[in-house]
Design a protein around this ligand. Structure first.
Ligand code: PHE
Length: 336
């Protein structure tokens, strides 16, 4: 035959083996499929061939052309692939790095952790209650019956959901953490010392010192012979540890339905302006509360307190507006 296709195929395979980049691939294409390439030479030769040879060569040259196209396409993919993977593991260690900002706990979470931690050191256990409460736990169990005038002071978000325990009443968003006292005492016998942090809700118009949601930390200690001086001593220790030894305190008589006697605690800094700032409510657990949770009459005494976390954090850090805690402005949050 005029053309030795076996040898041509051998040459084609050898040549393509030696191709490693797009430039060499183009040279390969020109050599075989170019206008003056081998395939076109073979086609040009067809008219000169014998009638027997013509169809055979025609068939073979078509096969050769298909093979070349396939090889070129496959090689093109291969070259591009190696080019990509050759560039990807390249790592320029001299480039400046991209910093990944590390987050941190919100200032209120930090304050809650710190306050709970201080009481834990004094032997208190940290417990939590639900934000959706019954009227029973939020009010009645705390000696605040429905017609009690003090109930107005605990303005409340009621849910449009009946209390499964008493269908005549509605569930609500707890307006303080004190229902935690009721839950704990219903479930445990004294002696007990617990601290209950959590969110509370009141339908207050939002301004620099009010928010419809804020955080409280409740404290409760019940035993055989708890006295008011235990309460004073405990809260004095707490304030000195949290605000520093420089702090001055006063216990100002107050009223809460669930404690008797009751007080509010004010603090002031010796070296600051002589100004008293209220930070918490407290008192001795009212006998009516012990009765509501089913404790035997006259057997136990207890102390309780409730402090506002935002208020305490504002005083400690000199923050003027409660809204900044909830606006998530990084310029504020990053300072703590
Ligand atoms: N629950 C009261 C409030 O929200 C605070 C308090 C707690 C007072 C415990 C006395 C004892 O204002």
């Amino acid at each position: 035959m005029a053309w030795d296709f076996a040898q041509i195929h051998q040459g084609v395979h050898q040549d393509i083996e030696g191709v490693h980049d797009l430039q060499a691939l183009e040279a390969f294409r020109i050599k075989y499929l170019g206008k003056k390439g081998l395939v076109s030479d073979i086609f040009d030769s067809l008219p000169r061939l014998s009638p027997e040879e013509k169809p055979l060569v025609g068939k073979q040259v078509n096969e050769l052309r298909n093979l070349l196209t396939q090889l070129i396409n496959a090689k093109k993919d291969e070259v591009q692939q190696t080019k990509k993977s050759a560039s990807s593991p390249f790592f320029d260690v001299t480039l400046p790095g991209i910093g990944w900002p590390v987050g941190h706990r919100h200032i209120l979470s930090q304050a809650i952790d710190e306050i709970c931690g201080l009481f834990e050191k004094l032997g208190f256990a940290v417990m939590e209650g639900p934000e959706i409460e019954s009227e029973e736990n939020n009010f009645e169990g705390l000696n605040i019956p429905a017609d009690h005038p003090s109930r107005d002071g605990f303005d409340t978000f009621y849910l449009d959901v009946a209390d499964p325990g008493d269908k005549t009443k509605k569930l609500l968003l707890r307006s303080h953490t004190s229902p935690g006292q009721v839950r704990i005492m219903k479930a445990h016998k004294p002696p007990l010392a617990v601290i209950i942090p959590g969110k509370v809700y009141r339908p207050d118009a939002v301004d620099a010192s009010h928010s419809f949601m804020f955080h409280q930390i409740e404290g409760l200690l019940v035993a055989d012979d708890v006295k008011f001086f235990h309460l004073k001593g405990l809260l004095t220790t707490f304030c000195q540890r949290f605000f520093g030894p420089d702090i001055q305190m006063r216990f100002r008589p107050h009223f809460f339905p669930f404690t008797e006697p009751s007080a509010e605690v004010d603090i002031s800094w010796k070296h600051g302006k002589k100004e008293w700032l209220e930070i918490m409510g407290c008192g001795m657990v009212h006998p009516a509360v012990f009765k509501a949770v089913g404790y035997p009459e006259g057997k136990y005494t207890g102390l309780a307190f409730g402090l506002g976390v935002e208020r305490i954090a504002m005083l400690r850090y000199g923050i003027q507006d409660i809204r900044v805690f909830f606006e998530n402005d990084q310029r504020f949050l990053k300072q703590f």
